[in-house]
Design a protein around this ligand. Structure first.
Ligand SMILES: [Zn+2]
Length: 553
């Protein structure tokens, strides 16, 4: 066991940093705070234990984690919101895994055939359209592959993509406002645009900036994990684009070969794209891409607990708190460790959600609106569990009016600086600012809108159903790393999606308790307000998705 560590910083200031999954008493906190701190540590210690083998959706480890959340919900006196009066909502899924060494890619240039090398030059994701797929077609470069008429931008204008494999840069033009960037950079949106243009396959090119964020070596690791889709009533995978018979990405080493016959060198293309003015042109070569994927059907649960509202006029509306319970499971060994524990991603979010649930459930006067707590599955597989939840909320949950999502709350260093993603879109800004002010917290805007974090976790599933949502995070303080602490940036660089994301990483006790209180205060404020949150007039998400919600009541 590891004892809580006290670090002396500067002139006699004492900071309490302890391991993320520590349940040791932390001196310096009052008794109530200490109870919350200890509970957070205990939840994380269990959920991130090696025994749970990284909680991959569909695995025994994830099932165990789900039972843990069930018993916590039951202990708090929540009502079960799952199937058939139970706590679990079964999410039907299909898994696809690429058969190792099955992916082949050939370029046909002037009658010669050149074979690209897997891993080194290209990677393929597992496919859902079929198990054995082969496509041969001419290549056409289409910039970012984005069609955004509302911004006067169209990568498909004037190029013929029908029957061709589209070659495109990752994400979206940097000149786009943050929200539009997030929306158009989304894989779903891009696939739809490609299919509408008539493409039969896609080759993605990470920009230098993308490679800085996720180096090629990391992408190789990620490609070894299976992918998942939910299945519909007929058992067919959803969000699949059967028109696209291939989907690969090219390393900087591979990209040069694609542009061998191009009218412009790739360096010029990249710098034009960085100015949001990529050219589009046929690449003058053909490619054959073959993949062999294996499919498996499975189910994995969302865990749903409900705290019914006390006001009969408002109890039919709900505030939904979500935190994903799944992580990546077992994967390629790093320093001999094959278990991707996911302590910060996202045992911590579930731990915080449980403590918010406890605070609201144990408060003598319950909230006026219903509050729904959901530990969702398959986030790591593309927000599958939350997507299913948002589309199939139990009747007892009422009509969702807001979502608060907790994912990767990086509490490895003391902080009072938070970034609450999504506040700019709706009246949820009010309760967030109220809570921050009351607790003496500083709210800072998203320092990296280009990372499009708002569409990369479970709140986006609710946004897509027209429900205003927020995603509260800890802001990085900047500056040099401090011994014994772990800044958000350090975590992203060293531990994100790696086996080292473990319960032994540092966690600041006071900041953890503060964060749980902050979220509790926001949830309470939203649940008690006379009026439900609304999208701001003319807001991008409100305009795109909000209409459906209004007519869905
Ligand atoms: Zn993750």
């Amino acid at each position: 066991m590891v004892r809580a560590r006290l670090w002396r910083v500067g002139l006699g200031m004492l900071l309490l940093i302890e391991p993320l999954g520590s349940s040791w008493a932390a001196e310096g906190l009052n008794a109530a705070d200490e109870r919350v701190n200890r509970a957070i540590g205990a939840h994380v210690a269990f959920l991130a234990d090696d025994l749970l083998e990284g909680r991959a959706a569909g695995s025994a480890g994830h099932e165990l984690a789900a039972r843990y959340v069930v018993s916590e919900f039951a202990r708090l006196g929540l009502r079960p919101g799952g199937d058939g009066g139970g706590w679990l909502q079964t999410v039907p899924l299909m898994e696809s895994q690429l058969v190792p060494d099955s992916a082949r890619m050939e370029l046909h240039v002037d009658g010669r055939t050149e074979v690209l090398e897997y891993n080194l030059e290209f990677l393929s994701g597992p496919q859902f359209t079929g198990t054995n797929l082969t496509v041969t077609a001419p290549l056409v470069f289409v910039g970012y592959g984005v069609r955004a008429p509302e911004l006067g931008y169209d990568d498909f204008a004037g190029v013929d993509v029908r029957g061709k494999i589209a070659v495109m840069l990752a994400k979206a033009p940097p000149r786009f406002p943050a929200t539009a960037l997030a929306h158009h950079a989304n894989a779903r949106q891009k696939s739809r645009a490609l299919v509408e243009a008539g493409a039969v396959g896609v080759i993605g090119i990470p920009t230098p900036k993308d490679l800085e964020e996720t180096p090629w070596a990391r992408r190789i690791m990620q490609s070894r994990f299976p992918a998942m889709r939910t299945t519909d009533a007929a058992g067919n995978p959803e969000e699949v684009y059967p028109e696209l018979k291939a989907s690969v990405s090219l390393s900087p080493q591979g990209v040069g070969k694609l542009f061998a016959k191009a009218p412009q060198p790739v360096t010029e293309v990249l710098s034009a794209a960085a100015r949001s003015e990529p050219p589009r042109f046929p690449l003058g070569i053909e490619a054959t891409i073959h993949t062999h994927s294996e499919h498996r059907r499975l189910v994995s649960p969302n865990v749903i607990g409900i705290l019914p509202g006390r006001d009969p006029r408002l109890a039919g509306e709900s505030v939904v708190l979500t935190a994903h319970l799944d992580h990546m499971g077992r994967g390629p060994a790093v320093d001999g460790d094959t278990i991707y524990n996911g302590a910060y991603d996202n045992a911590i979010g579930v731990a915080l959600m449980l403590e918010v649930a406890r605070a609201l459930a144990e408060d003598g006067r319950g909230p006026r609106r219903t509050v729904v707590f959901a530990a969702v599955t398959a986030e790591e597989k593309g927000l599958r569990g939350s997507e299913f939840l948002a589309r199939h909320l139990p009747a007892s949950a009422g009509r969702p009016v807001a979502n608060i999502n907790l994912d990767m709350v990086l509490l490895g260093a003391p902080t009072r600086r938070y970034t609450v993603l999504g506040v700019e879109h709706s009246t949820l800004r009010g309760p967030v600012e109220f809570a921050a002010k009351r607790m003496g917290l500083e709210l800072v805007p998203d320092p990296r809108p280009d990372r499009v974090v708002f569409v990369r976790s479970d709140q986006y599933s609710f946004v897509r159903q027209g429900v205003p949502a927020i995603f509260p995070k800890v802001a990085d303080a900047g500056g040099d790393p401090v011994v014994g602490q772990l800044s958000p940036d350090q975590f992203l660089k060293e531990h994100y999606h790696r086996p080292s994301d473990e319960a032994t990483l540092p966690r600041d006790a006071e900041s953890s308790v503060r964060f749980a209180r902050f979220v509790t205060l926001i949830a309470r404020r939203v649940a008690d307000a006379g009026e439900a949150p609304r999208w701001n007039p003319g807001d991008f998400f409100g305009e795109t998705f909000g209409k459906a919600a209004g007519s869905r009541q």
